[in-house]
Design a protein around this ligand. Structure first.
Ligand code: FES
Length: 154
């Protein structure tokens, strides 16, 4: 059995072998593997008795379920209204320049992928970004660079 088969089987055992476990299983794979490969989606379809098209469709609908390989650290800057008004554009522009990668791209050293996300639930403290699972509120462009620099040391 491949690693991905073992992982999917474990997740299916944990969440149950029914259709409404699909999201939980997809998220579990992304958490572990950082993205959803085609192989993983095929295994998930088999284990949950769904068509591969069903699984691909769900995965591409939810844009936070990455289906291409990503960097070691995933930066997600909130693009929703409160963060927009608080200056997320400046933060994004500064990060793009600093990382030499545009939104949707991964840095050459593979350390960071820069993405945007919908409201992260910290609207009163915008602009906000998430790096992996950590939230960074009240950003300024300078603060965002300092934080990213910290991450690039590990
Ligand atoms: S609008 Fe950005 S966290 Fe809600």
């Amino acid at each position: 059995m491949t690693n991905i088969e073992i992982l999917v089987k474990d997740l299916v055992k944990k969440h149950g072998r029914q259709r409404n476990s699909l999201m939980a299983v997809l998220q579990g794979v992304v958490q572990q593997e950082k993205y959803l490969s085609e192989d993983a989606m095929i295994v998930i379809a088999r284990e949950l008795d769904l068509s591969a098209a069903d699984v691909f469709g769900t995965a591409s609908f939810y844009t936070f379920l990455d289906t291409v390989p990503r960097g070691k650290n995933i930066i997600r800057v909130c693009k929703t209204i409160s963060c927009h008004m608080a200056g997320k554009d400046e933060v994004i522009k500064t990060l793009e320049n600093h990382l030499k990668a545009k939104v949707g791209e991964t840095t050459h050293d593979g350390k960071f992928t820069l993405l945007t996300a919908n409201c992260l639930g910290w609207c009163h403290k915008g602009p906000v970004m998430l790096i992996n699972n950590e939230v960074f509120p009240e950003l300024t462009p300078e603060k965002a660079i300092d934080i990213v620099e910290e991450f690039s040391k590990h």
